[in-house]
Ligand binder design. Structure first.
Ligand SMILES: [Zn+2]
Ligand SMILES: [Zn+2]
Length: 295
């Protein structure tokens, strides 16, 4: 492990480094990378893979090819400002704070630097919540009107459940999942490759039905938030434990790698043990932030 520090703490013990490299073609962070990546591939950078904040743990933000951001939990705290400016489009899964908090600081950091808005794609209910509770000129300035309403810093576009949108080279389908605050997951396609990102969810159905119809599906990103003894908390808050994930996997397309994020920082060590005990080679726990994969 010591020769490849980018893997340290990341892979579950069951998924050996060698196997991961052959299956997944792991690389360093874009911009500092060692590998040339073909246009048809997608680089997924886990800027933050957790469902909470603490030293060493960042809220949820996944970045594709340096351009397409999924959730804004750590885009400002986990990336350099010159990287933040390069983001074109932002998908927001739901309005819980660990997925939207850094919209505020992204807008502030990049104000006047970008020359065009960050384009945000989400449901109507999430847009309404963010505008009412965050960008309301009380908690934070309304950056959808700054510097002016015609050319703002942030611009929202609403997407319906099951709608597919085209964003540059990407096709994105937004699918409802079993989580409050407007919970949705995404299927993202580029050049014949597809990835599933469920973000926060309890046991769910529709996204797995859709995933089974994806011919180019390469990996599944979903969540495990709480350890098994907190199954009641997980159920009440619409999240997974390793036990409920064991059942959930049966609904997913077979034989694909599964990445589990949104770990609550308090339970990192315990979840590592419990996920290892599942003895499932397909699973990797997103323990360390700021690692990248190529698909
Ligand atoms: Zn969350
Ligand atoms: Zn949530």
């Amino acid at each position: 492990m010591s020769q490849k520090p980018h893997l340290e703490g990341f892979l579950s013990k069951r998924l050996t480094e060698e196997k991961a490299l052959s299956n997944l073609n792991l690389v360093d962070v874009p911009g500092k990378g060692r590998m040339t990546v073909k246009d048809s591939k997608m680089i997924v950078r886990i800027v933050g893979g957790h469902g909470g904040v603490s030293p060493g743990f960042k809220n949820t933000s996944y970045l594709i090819d340096g351009k397409l951001l999924i959730d804004a939990g750590s885009v400002a705290s986990g990336m350099q400002i010159d990287e933040q400016v390069l983001i074109d489009n932002i998908l927001i899964s739901h309005s819980h704070l660990d997925h939207i908090s850094d919209l505020a600081f992204l807008a502030d950091n990049c104000f006047g630097m970008k020359g065009k808005p960050f384009e945000i794609y989400t449901s109507q209910s999430v847009k309404d919540s963010v505008m009412k509770h965050l960008l309301n000129d009380e908690i934070w300035p309304d950056f959808t009107k700054l510097p002016n309403a015609k050319d703002p810093t942030l611009r929202f576009h609403t997407v319906d459940s099951f709608e597919t949108i085209k964003l540059g080279p990407y096709e994105v389908t937004m699918i409802p999942v079993n989580h409050p605050a407007g919970g949705h997951g995404f299927i993202i396609r580029k050049g014949g490759t597809s990835l599933v990102f469920t973000q926060d969810t309890g046991p769910t159905e529709e996204i797995w039905k859709a995933a089974k119809k994806e011919p180019g599906l390469k990996a599944i990103f979903t969540e495990v938030s709480f350890p098994n003894h907190l199954q009641g908390v997980a159920d009440a808050s619409f999240h997974h434990t390793p036990n409920s994930m064991k059942e959930e996997i049966k609904k997913m397309p077979a034989d694909l790698p599964i990445f589990l994020g949104h770990i609550k920082p308090n339970f990192q060590a315990q979840l590592s043990q419990e996920v290892d005990a599942m003895e499932n080679d397909r699973i990797s726990l997103l323990s360390s932030d700021d690692v990248s994969f190529v698909f």
